[in-house]
Ligand binder design. Structure first.
Ligand SMILES: Cc1cc2nc3c(=O)[nH]c(=O)nc-3n(C[C@H](O)[C@H](O)[C@H](O)COP(=O)(O)OP(=O)(O)OC[C@H]3O[C@@H](n4cnc5c(N)ncnc54)[C@H](O)[C@@H]3O)c2cc1C
Length: 397
C-alpha cells in the first residue's frame, strides 16, 4: 500500500505507547494508521524485563506511589501527570490482563517486588520478560483490529493542514485529523555519539522529537538522560545488556574490589549510578578482562527460588555465556538507558501544538529529571490510552 492515504488518527511508533494509543483510538471509533520505522516488533518496550509499577500492595496506595515518583524525580516531575500515572495504574494493569497479559502471581495475589526508590513492594512482573509480554498482547489486539499498519515507514516530515496534519512516512503521504507521536527516546544515538554502551534498540534515535521541536512544540528536561546502574560489563556478548533491577530487589548488592557494599543498592537510579562512577573514580572498582571499568553485583545472594521465578531469562543468558550468576558475582557498570525528558504534554497527552499528541518516552514531565524503574511501561499504557482516546475525539472535531 503506497500513495496518499487519509485517516482520523495517525500513530507514529509501535512500542507499548504507540500500540496502546492505536488500539484505544481504534476502539473509540476512529480510523487509525500506525506507521513505524522498522518491523512492528522493533522497539525498546519489548526489551523491558524488570516490570511495571502499580500500587496493589495492602500497605500501598496511588498517593504513596506518587510520593515516591516525586521524591525520585528530585521534585521536578509534573504533579498533575504523576497523579494520572499512579491513579490509573491499577486500571492499566487490568486492561492489560483483559488483553491477555498474565502477571506472575504468588499466594493468590500479584508477585510484587520493591524497586529502586520505592517505599513499598509495587513492581508487577511477567517473569523477567514483562515488556515482551505486554507488547505481544498489545500487538495482537492491534493486529486483530481494523487498523492499518505501515511498517518500514519512518516519519520524515510533518506539517499542519487546515483540518489536521500531513505526514510523510516512508513512501506514504498521509493525512490525519490528529497525530500521536510515540517514537521513543534517543539513547541509542546518544551512546553512539559518546562512544558508550547503551541498552537501547537501534531505532531509538530521536528524530521525531526534532521534527516536533522544529514545528514549535515545547520540550522539557531533554538534557536529563538516565544511566541504568547495572549494564552488563562482561562477558562481551552481555556488554550493554540491562541486568534487571529486580536482581537487587531480590537481594543482589553492589560490591567494590574489597568486597564491600559502597551504596544503598536500592536507591534511586541516578544515585546508584553516581555511586558506581565515584567508586571506580576512587580506584575501588574492578576491571573486566578486556580492561573496562566495573564493580561487582553479588547475585549469589538472590535466593534460588526467587531467581527461578523472577529472573529466568537473565539466568539463561548468563549461563549460556558461561557464567552462573547464582554461583559468582557478575561485572556491571552504568550504561545509557532512558531519556527522562521530552515533549511537554497535558493530562490528555496533548503537546503544546493542537491535535499533536505524545506518549511514552518521547514525552516529558511524568518522571521529571529522574525516572523510577517500572514507571515507563506504566506511562506507555496510561498515557498511550489517554492519547488514543483524546486523538480520536479531536479528529472528530
Ligand atoms: C533493555 C531495557 C529494559 C527496560 N526495562 C524496563 C522495565 O523493566 N520497566 C519499565 O517500565 N521500563 C523499562 N524500560 C524502559 C521502557 O521499556 C521504555 O522506555 C518504553 O517501553 C518506551 O516505550 P515507547 O513506546 O515510548 O518507545 P519504544 O518502545 O522505544 O518504541 C518506539 C517506536 O517508535 C519507532 N520509531 C522511532 N523513530 C521513528 C520514526 N522516525 N518514524 C516512525 N517510527 C519511529 C521505533 O521503531 C519503535 O517502534 C527498559 C528499556 C530498555 C531498553
Amino acid at each position: 500500500m503506497t500513495g496518499r492515504l487519509s485517516f482520523d488518527v495517525l500513530v507514529i511508533g509501535s512500542g507499548a505507547s504507540g500500540l496502546a494509543a492505536a488500539v484505544t483510538a481504534e476502539r473509540s471509533g476512529a480510523t487509525v494508521a500506525l506507521a513505524t520505522k522498522g518491523a512492528l516488533q522493533s522497539c525498546n518496550s519489548a526489551k523491558a524485563q524488570g516490570g511495571i509499577q502499580a500500587s496493589f500492595g495492602p500497605d500501598d496506595s496511588p498517593e504513596t506511589h506518587a510520593e515516591d515518583v516525586w521524591k525520585s524525580s528530585h521534585e521536578t516531575a509534573d504533579r498533575a501527570l504523576v497523579e494520572v500515572l499512579t491513579g490509573e495504574a491499577q486500571g492499566a494493569i487490568h486492561w492489560l490482563e483483559e488483553l491477555g497479559v498474565e502477571f506472575t502471581r504468588d499466594n493468590g495475589g500479584y508477585r510484587l517486588a520493591r524497586c529502586g526508590g520505592a517505599s513499598r513492594k509495587r513492581l508487577l512482573q511477567v517473569g523477567d520478560r514483562t515488556g515482551h509480554a505486554i507488547t505481544t498482547a498489545l500487538r495482537e489486539a492491534w493486529e486483530s483490529s481494523g487498523g492499518t499498519s505501515l511498517p518500514k515507514s519512518p516519519l520524515t516530515s510533518l506539517e499542519p493542514t487546515e483540518n489536521g496534519w500531513r505526514a510523510r512516512c516512508g513512501d506514504h503521504e498521509l493525512e490525519a485529523g490528529a497525530v500521536v507521536l510515540a517514537a521513543g527516546g534517543r539513547c541509542y544515538r546518544e551512546a553512539e555519539e559518546r562512544g558508550e554502551l547503551s541498552t537501547n534498540h537501534p531505532g531509538a534515535t530521536g528524530e521525531v522529537t526534532r521534527i516536533a521541536l522544529d514545528l514549535g512544540a515545547e520540550a522539557r528536561d531533554l538534557d536529563a538522560l538516565q544511566y541504568h546502574p547495572n549494564g552488563g560489563a562482561w562477558p562481551p556478548n552481555m556488554q550493554g545488556y540491562s541486568i534487571p533491577e529486580t536482581t537487587r530487589a531480590y537481594g543482589a548488592v553492589l560490591l567494590n574490589k574489597e568486597g564491600e557494599e559502597f551504596t544503598d543498592s536500592l536507591g534511586p537510579r541516578d544515585a546508584v549510578s553516581q555511586a558506581i562512577f565515584d567508586e571506580v573514580e576512587k580506584g575501588n572498582g574492578v576491571e573486566t578482562p578486556d580492561g573496562r571499568p566495573a564493580v561487582l553485583l553479588d547475585t549469589t545472594r538472590i535466593p534460588k527460588d526467587d531467581a527461578e521465578v523472577s529472573l529466568p531469562y537473565m539466568l539463561r543468558r548468563y549461563r549460556a555465556a558461561g557464567i552462573d550468576p547464582l554461583a559468582e558475582p557478575i561485572y556491571t557498570y552504568p550504561v545509557l538507558h532512558y531519556q527522562n525528558g521530552g515533549l511537554v504534554i497535558d493530562t490528555n497527552a496533548e503537546t503544546t501544538l493542537e491535535g499533536l499528541f505524545a506518549c511514552g518516552e518521547i514525552a516529558g514531565g511524568t518522571h521529571g529529571r529522574n525516572r523510577m524503574m517500572g514507571n515507563s511501561l506504566l506511562e506507555c499504557c496510561v498515557f498511550g490510552r489517554r492519547a488514543g482516546k483524546a486523538a480520536a475525539e479531536r479528529s472528530r472535531g
